[in-house]
Design a protein around this ligand. Structure first.
Ligand code: SF4
Ligand code: SF4
Ligand code: SF4
Length: 435
């Protein structure tokens, strides 16, 4: 271990950092990826790799800056496994050295394609929680998740997941929802559940054509909306999920889950909504009242407001020059987090499901309300549809929880689907897909 100087002050509240040790570098070329293009920000580097000095400074100052006994490290990309296994062995050694008795946990988000026996032995031994990206069955996954020469990657991911299972690595799945797959909710959900995933995260793909700001940076996708933006703005990319259909996608999955899987399968949106209708702050940042406590750190030590805001104007500073706690709690960062609530259009503040939605992610607020107010979330029609649909059932689940009964008892209130109704639903889904 080196003896890097500069002491670190302590944050009042815990803050999370998504670490990108290999920057935007990845061995795959998923066509909807929002992060590969960030290479333009580090154009002078052929390969983005976190140096020994930066990783040591990061581990040391991040631990020192946190007010809690439990410290979480979250590794992401690009593809973090490009760093190689020795890098992560060094990370764990640094965590033990600087941890001073604190409980440290690690999570790793990966495309799963570079995992082998040695990786999986290590991940299992060190208790990493691994999130693997799989969009559903092969035909759906391979639509956008491809190699540089356009080949589908499902078989490679399948191999990685099977290796993790062989070695007992704790893992969950992250599935992206596109314009096409939003019509295939039940098929995707059943597939991922039956494949053996218990924790499912669904992420909507929402990207726009480049605007002037992003083109000036050499980027291919639009930069985040600014509240002063007016007019229609750039059009969405063709793979972007349709707003209303995204809500229907979540409803289709909910209708299956609430009949047979409550308490057995966990879906990020349903957990968050249940907590919100119970009176808690939604667990997903996109649905929380405020955000700003989940930042991102790039391979060169620069800290950004959020994983979705890796743009020069949202850089908070660099851990090699600035105090870590100061970066995590700077005034601009606090203003960023509070803007999630303060800048909501009036229609959101008056919305009947605002407690569960809170206007969604800042990155997606490029629509206008019916009154012409800017800052409405592009996904609003879908959010309204979903939260309004699930609220009565969720409120019943809250009643069960308040009576100290398992929420899973809700399944008893639903009649089992008959073959006729299942066939009807199948026909409806087919019709929708043909549109
Ligand atoms: S695996 Fe992830 S980082 Fe790599 S191209 Fe696909 S979406 Fe982007
Ligand atoms: S900008 Fe979006 S993704 Fe980032 S912390 Fe806020 S709500 Fe979450
Ligand atoms: S559903 Fe729409 S109007 Fe309601 S809070 Fe969410 S984004 Fe705003």
């Amino acid at each position: 271990m080196s003896t890097l100087s500069a002491s670190s002050s302590v944050c009042q509240h815990p803050a999370h950092l998504l670490v990108k040790p290999a920057g935007p570098d990845c061995n795959l070329r998923c066509q909807y990826c929002f992060y590969l293009e960030k290479h333009a920000l580090f154009a002078e580097e052929k390969h983005c790799r976190m140096s020994d000095d930066v990783i040591e400074q990061y581990v040391r100052t991040y631990i020192a800056s946190q007010p809690t006994k439990e410290i979480e490290f979250a590794w992401q990309g690009g593809e973090p496994t490009l760093m190689g296994l020795d890098f992560f062995k060094r990370v764990v050694a640094l965590e033990k050295h600087y941890g001073e008795g604190r409980t440290i946990s690690n999570s790793l988000q990966t495309n799963g394609t570079l995992l082998d026996d040695a990786w999986c032995e290590f991940l299992a031994r060190e208790g990493f929680l691994v999130g693997v990206s799989m969009d559903g069955p092969a035909a759906i996954h391979n639509r956008y998740r491809t190699t540089a020469d356009g080949r589908g990657t499902w078989d490679m991911v399948d191999r990685g997941v099977k290796l993790m299972r062989k070695h007992g690595v704790e893992h969950n799945v992250l599935a992206c929802v596109t314009r096409e797959s939003a019509y295939e909710g039940v098929e995707i959900y059943r597939f991922l559940r039956d494949y053996g995933f218990e924790f499912l995260q669904f992420i909507p793909i929402v990207e726009r054509q480049p605007d002037d700001r992003s083109e000036a940076l050499g980027l291919n996708l639009s930069s985040p909306p600014q509240i002063s933006d007016d007019g229609e703005g750039p059009a969405v990319m063709p793979f972007t999920v349709e707003a209303q259909q995204y809500g229907q996608f979540l409803i289709d999955i909910f209708e299956e889950w609430v009949r047979r899987d409550v308490g057995k399968v966990f879906v990020n949106h349903f957990d968050s909504a249940l907590g919100a209708f119970y009176g808690m702050n939604p667990s997903l940042c996109i649905y929380a009242k405020m955000c700003g406590s989940s930042l991102a750190i790039e391979h060169d030590g620069t800290v950004y407001a959020c994983d979705h805001f890796v743009y020069p104007e949202y850089a908070r500073g660099n851990i090699m020059r600035n105090d870590m706690a100061g970066l995590l709690t700077s005034n601009p960062q606090q203003a960023f987090g509070m803007s999630k609530w303060l800048d909501l259009p009036a229609c959101c503040k008056a919305c009947e499901v605002v407690q569960a939605c809170h206007g969604g992610c800042l990155k997606h607020r490029f629509a206008h309300s019916a009154e012409g107010e800017p800052g409405l979330n592009y996904l609003c029609p879908g959010y309204k549809l979903f939260f309004t649909h699930v609220r009565p059932t969720m409120l019943k689940m809250c009643e069960l929880l308040r009576a100290e009964r398992p929420a899973a008892e809700i399944m008893q209130t639903f009649p089992r689907a008959t073959t006729a109704s299942r066939n009807r639903a199948k026909q409806q889904r087919k019709k929708k897909r043909r549109r």
